[in-house]
Write a protein that binds this ligand. Structure first.
Ligand code: AMP
Ligand code: TRP
Length: 357
């Protein structure tokens, strides 16, 4: 569908990613997204956004109403900070404070073709059976995501597998824009013809897919009605211990080799979680715990999960207890984000011929 960018050299390498403020952050969000964002900050300039405009694309039970949205926005911000993201060196802010996102999204609504948007599998999943009743915003969601990334001319986007299709659409939009306006871009002296980079997904090693603690075939998810299905980042040590001890397993002991995990999704999931939290390879974990009782392994997992997660949760609780401090971080981040986004949006207005001061 897309080709490699001709050259990224005119663009400063820049990482952009976002997390929606919709409900409880859990271990999957942490291992699959936030922890990886923090790891990238040592080698890249990073912009991490709390995508509150995306959060309102579904009904009030998802976006949470004004109080829920504020709480969740601060919670994601706290998770970014608790994971170690340096908000002074990098940019952390909420999307709605930088109006350029919404403005560029409108432009991109007019670039993307219906056929492209119609192929998005996430829309089909989220809209479910009653597609006629989905919001137009849910359909337009990928164009807003493209705007998030391209308004900073970001070159690298750490995302999970589920977002790769949206990133491909972003590349298609960038490419069509560059192509349609190539003459105008050159005429205005904005670049040699490619205004937007074609951003690449950034996947540092295999992203762990964390499954539900109650059903190894389902992803750990904030929308699962059972709280026992997930480890929330704000769970305290007791809750973590209880949930791990109650996690579903099967009657067999743990195998001594990875191959023995095949067809045993619950056992595999607990080993994956252990591996992601400890940094050890599954093979060496199984060497140690294989053949033994699940309870021995679960005790070790409780100890590990409490050691790794409860400091993050405690830090998040400490941070969210001071909403004014979090809001100040977001305001400062938004100001620095605007300084990058505003000139890009000015260029885009100029390219189109919108009269501006
Ligand atoms: P969501 O909560 O679905 O909006 O996801 C936010 C981010 O967390 C996305 O980038 C996902 O890739 C990641 N994520 C969500 N659930 C999981 C999971 N169960 N395992 C791994 N990553 C996840
Ligand atoms: N759609 C992403 C998700 O649900 C969140 C998101 C919005 C995002 N804008 C983005 C991720 C830009 C990466 C880049 O996880």
């Amino acid at each position: 569908m897309t080709s490699k960018p001709v050259s990224l050299s005119p663009y400063k390498p820049r990482v952009f990613s976002g997390v929606q403020p919709t409900g409880n952050l859990h271990l999957g969000n942490y291992l699959g997204a936030i922890k990886r964002f923090a790891e990238l900050q040592h080698a890249h300039d990073c912009i991490y956004c709390v995508v509150d405009l995306h959060a309102i694309t579904q009904g009030v039970e998802v976006w949470g109403g004004p109080e829920g949205l504020r709480r969740a926005t601060r919670e994601v911000t706290a998770a970014y900070i608790a994971a170690g993201i340096d908000t002074k060196k990098h940019i952390v802010f909420n999307q709605s404070q930088v109006v350029e996102h919404a403005e560029l999204a409108w432009i991109f609504n007019c670039i993307a073709r219906m056929g492209w948007a119609n192929r998005m599998t996430q829309f089909k999943e989220k809209a479910g059976k009653d597609r006629e009743n989905a919001s137009v915003g849910l359909f337009a969601y990928p164009m807003l995501m493209a705007a998030d990334i391209l308004v900073y001319r970001a070159t690298h986007v750490p995302v999970g597998d589920d977002q790769k299709q949206h990133l491909e659409l972003t590349r298609d939009i960038a490419q069509k824009f560059n192509f349609d306006f190539a003459d105008r871009i050159r005429e205005l002296g904005l670049s040699s013809g490619e205004y937007f980079p074609l951003p690449e997904p950034l996947i540092a090693g295999p992203a762990p897919r964390v499954m539900s603690l109650r059903d190894g075939s389902k992803k750990m998810s904030k929308s699962d009605p059972s709280d026992y299905s997930r480890l929330n980042l704000t769970d305290d040590a007791d809750a973590i211990a209880q949930k791990v001890r109650k996690a579903k397993t099967d009657p067999e002991p743990l195998p001594s080799e990875e191959a023995g995990l095949k067809g045993r999704p619950e056992a595999e999931n607990l080993v994956t979680i252990f591996a992601a939290l400890s940094g050890e390879a599954p093979a060496s974990i199984l060497q140690q715990y294989g053949g033994g009782q699940f309870s021995t392994f679960k005790n070790a997992l409780v100890e590990l999960a409490v050691a790794k997660l409860s400091p993050v949760g405690a830090e998040m609780r400490r941070l969210t207890a001071d909403p004014a401090m979090i809001d100040a971080v977001l305001a400062d981040g938004a100001e620095r984000a605007r300084a990058i986004a505003a000139p890009v949006m000015r260029d885009v207005r100029e390219i189109y011929g919108f009269i501006q001061e």
